[in-house]
Design a binder for this molecule. Structure first.
Ligand code: S3P
Length: 453
């Protein structure tokens, strides 16, 4: 996965973007659909699954554990093996760039009677894993990470030793220090194998796809606000039947064409069947506050009861504002795109309470500050966010993605408004979440081309 050919985008100032498009399936829902299908008792059918490399990493991990998975243009069929049917992987599990694959599987594989080792690419091996390893160990998992940059943190590769015959994970009561759907989901997945209840409380409710899917599959789960309890009591048949799910469009990918429309005069873009689960709609709620012309029209439901909508955005004047607190949790992956919008907004945009951005696919606070600076946008880096002053003329720039898909796409948005040509190097990173990004922007009228180096 790390040996993909290098790509570069050439981006030029563009006229209005106009049209109606679909984006790849939601990455978070895709990972979880594969996991629950693999653990079901029979063949599940998933449509709309992203062909991005992150979901492919999860697919490959299950193949290596004996789950047959067939993909056609129409659907992905997963031959579920039941909760106890996974086999020891044939090799080290390579999670590529995907933190969600590694953290969710850390939980799931902690409950097995076989051992596993997981690793990833350069970016993933620098990401903290203590947040998931610590609570898993507290419930009896034999899991360890590798020492790295910070003395009190552990990183991939991760090793998990098997539970021996008669040994089980224990119940867990855990108050999470930071809101994280990856940690919450890892603990819930390990909870499927525990002898007692798993009770988790988050400071703010993070994306709740795992809970929605578990409820849809009859897992004994209860939720109240930012608390969730999974109690695998004796009534539960410890498993579920196969299902047919459709993965809704990814709001984190839809953000790019929609914000391009908000930024470029004369534009109007709509994206169909986007996931509008309220734990994911922080960006759309915030855009309304900023005066952006945005409308949402409900378009049914997808996997595990996920609401979908057609989202339409038209260009208009956008005000700068302050974003912090719970809103940040609901738009954490969209902040690189928001930084690009801030560059053309009137006045100052402040992003606070977003220190988590420093441990994403890159340090997104530092990287976005450098990207904005290269385009000539005044910007101040804070420990937990950024202050961006909009309205300065943008000049073309050459940007390196640092292996981070959302940095490459946010820089592309700035390039569409900048004077002259911009070059986005390391653009192959975009394939982790948004294969077809360039083609989609071109279909809307953007002046962008892609070179394989
Ligand atoms: C994700 C959770 C979020 C998000 C990531 C996907 C998930 O990370 O940023 O892109 O699918 O659970 P955290 O759990 O670290 O907040």
């Amino acid at each position: 996965m790390s040996s993909a050919p290098k790509k570069r985008y050439r981006v030029r100032r563009s006229g209005p973007l106009i049209g109606s498009v679909r984006v790849p399936g939601d990455k978070s829902i895709g990972h979880r659909s594969l996991i629950f299908a693999a653990l079901g008792r029979g063949v599940s059918r998933i449509t709309g699954l992203s062909e991005g490399l992150d979901n492919a990493a999860t697919r490959q991990a299950f193949r290596s554990m004996g789950v047959a998975i067939e993909s056609s243009d129409a659907a992905t069929s997963v031959h579920g093996v039941g909760l106890r049917g996974l086999r020891m992987p044939t090799d080290v599990v390579d999670c590529g760039n995907s933190g969600t694959t590694m953290r969710l599987l850390a939980g799931l594989l902690s409950g097995q009677r076989f051992g596993t080792r997981m690793t990833g690419d350069d970016s993933l091996t620098r990401r903290p894993m203590g947040r998931v390893i610590k609570p898993l160990r507290a419930r009896g998992a034999h899991i360890a990470g590798t020492a790295g940059d910070k003395p009190d943190e552990v990183y991939p590769p991760i090793s998990i030793a098997p539970l021996v015959e008669g040994e089980a994970l224990r119940g867990l009561e855990y108050s999470m220090p930071i809101a994280s759907a990856q940690v919450k989901s890892a603990l819930l997945l390990s909870g499927l194998y525990a002898s007692g209840p798993t009770a988790i409380e988050e400071p703010v409710l993070s994306r709740d796809h795992t809970e929605r899917m578990m409820l849809a599959l009859g897992v004994p789960l209860q939720t109240a606000g930012a608390s969730v309890v999974l109690d695998p009591n004796d009534d539960w048949a410890r498993g579920w039947e196969p299902f047919e799910w459709r993965v809704p469009g990814d709001p984190s990918s839809a953000a790019f064409p929609l914000l391009a429309a908000a930024m470029i005069p004369g534009s109007r873009v709509s994206v169909q069947d986007v996931c509008v689960n309220p734990t994911r709609t922080g960006l759309f709620d915030w855009l309304r506050l900023l005066g952006v012309n945005i409308s949402l029209r409900p378009s049914g439901h997808g996997a595990g009861d996920e609401p979908m909508a057609e989202i339409d955005v038209r260009h208009g004047t956008v005000r700068g504002s302050v974003a912090g607190g719970e809103l940040i949790v609901r738009m954490i992956d969209e902040i690189p795109a928001v930084c690009a919008l801030a560059a053309v907004s009137t006045g100052r945009t402040e992003i606070r309470d977003a220190a988590e951005l420093r441990v994403k696919e890159s340090d997104r606070i530092a990287t976005m500050a450098q990207v904005l600076d290269a385009f000539g946008v005044p910007c101040e880096e804070l420990p937990d966010g950024l202050i961006i002053t909009g309205g300065a003329p943008l000049r073309g720039a050459e940007i390196e993605s640092r292996g981070d898909h959302r940095i490459a796409m946010a820089a592309t948005l700035l390039g569409l408004l900048a004077e002259g040509e911009s070059l986005i190097d390391g653009a192959e990173a975009v394939d982790t979440s948004f294969p077809g990004f360039v083609g989609l922007l071109r279909s809307l009228g953007a002046d962008i081309s892609e070179e394989t180096l």
